[in-house]
Design a protein around this ligand. Structure first.
Ligand SMILES: [Zn+2]
Length: 317
């Protein structure tokens, strides 16, 4: 069993096969330019940093249609190579995800205690919807591009999930009190246009919650290119407090709060074993041993993910 971990092969070529799909070179979407330096390269991808605003981003990127069809429909939910793309088995983490969201929502208790209408975009199996619906009595609906994982969510969590994207499904303008994006914004090919669409769906006094990785953190710096969020096929942008603020202002929002304190995750051992293989086979081996000693889910917070609460500006520029 442990031997197979130690013999794990290096990065699978198929995840990074430029010939398997169409890719496009991109520049900084916040500055609309390509004046950037190469932070590091994992061929054929380059991790760039904008010389103007400091946004870190990946180029080339898959074209948006290929991202949706090839990667997000089924591939990332049962990934063969979860160290580099997706999850080994997302649905196996359902209970841990529920615990995670019950913890993540704590700083926003004052907001969610007054029920309203919520939209969780990229909701996957709908665990956040279930917490809003069952614990706080919200009228919560999810939007998920993958029909495959959405169907699991409807059955497992008894929540409403629409299959599609903001481009394919029409919602009534200014009809939501809360819109949430958990592990989503880093996957979106045009994040400014995406947030502008969200702006038009929120009520003027509505709230936007965004959780994403923060590259300007101690853990990210310590891990360097082995940081678990460097998944070049899917994590297109690596924001920091500064670049998140810029993104939101350009999209018509202002930041009300940013916190790393409640952004951790409960994870099962199998999830953890896969992720730590990226750091080293030895660390992964030790975690494997822990699985048979401790048996309980683990709570990890490396303080390298941020939860941002933003509010719409009255006049979007
Ligand atoms: Zn820039």
């Amino acid at each position: 069993m442990f031997g197979s971990i130690l013999k794990e092969q290096e990065r699978p070529s198929l995840v990074y096969d430029l010939h398997a799909t169409r890719h496009r070179n991109v520049g900084c979407p916040l500055c609309n330019n390509g004046n950037a330096r190469v932070r590091f390269e994992e061929r054929p991808y380059q991790v760039m940093q904008c010389n103007n605003c400091s946004l870190v981003y990946v180029t080339p990127q898959r074209d948006p249609v290929s991202l949706l069809k090839d990667l997000y429909e089924t591939g990332i939910w049962n990934s063969t190579f979860p160290r580099y793309s997706g999850y080994a088995c997302y649905t196996a983490e359902n209970e841990n995800l529920l615990k995670t969201f019950r913890r993540r929502i704590v700083p926003f208790t004052a907001i969610v205690q007054k029920p309203g209408k919520a939209l969780d975009i990229g909701c996957a199996t709908g665990c956040f919807l279930r917490v809003l619906q069952d614990d706080y009595h919200w009228d919560a609906i999810g939007l998920e591009p993958s029909a495959y994982i959405g169907e699991f969510g409807r059955k497992m969590n008894q929540v409403r999930i629409l299959t599609g994207t903001l481009d394919s499904i029409h919602f009534t303008p200014h009809s939501f009190d809360l819109i949430s994006l958990w592990d989503v914004i880093e996957h979106i090919p045009d994040p400014i246009q995406f947030l502008q669409s969200i702006h038009s769906l929120l009520k003027p006094e509505g709230q936007l919650l965004i959780e994403t990785q923060d590259i300007d953190t101690l853990f990210a710096r310590l891990m360097g290119r082995k940081w678990h969020h460097f998944k070049h096929a899917e994590h297109l942008w690596h924001f920091s407090r500064k670049t998140m603020d810029l993104l939101l202002r350009k999209s018509g929002f202002s930041i009300a709060s940013i916190s790393h304190k409640h952004a951790g995750k409960y994870v099962g051992y199998d999830f953890c074993i896969e992720r730590t293989k990226r750091i080293s086979p030895l660390v992964s081996f030790l975690v494997s041993a822990g699985k048979y000693i401790f048996r309980k889910p683990l709570y990890f917070n490396f303080f390298d993910e941020m939860v941002v609460r933003a509010i719409p500006l009255r006049n979007r520029n």
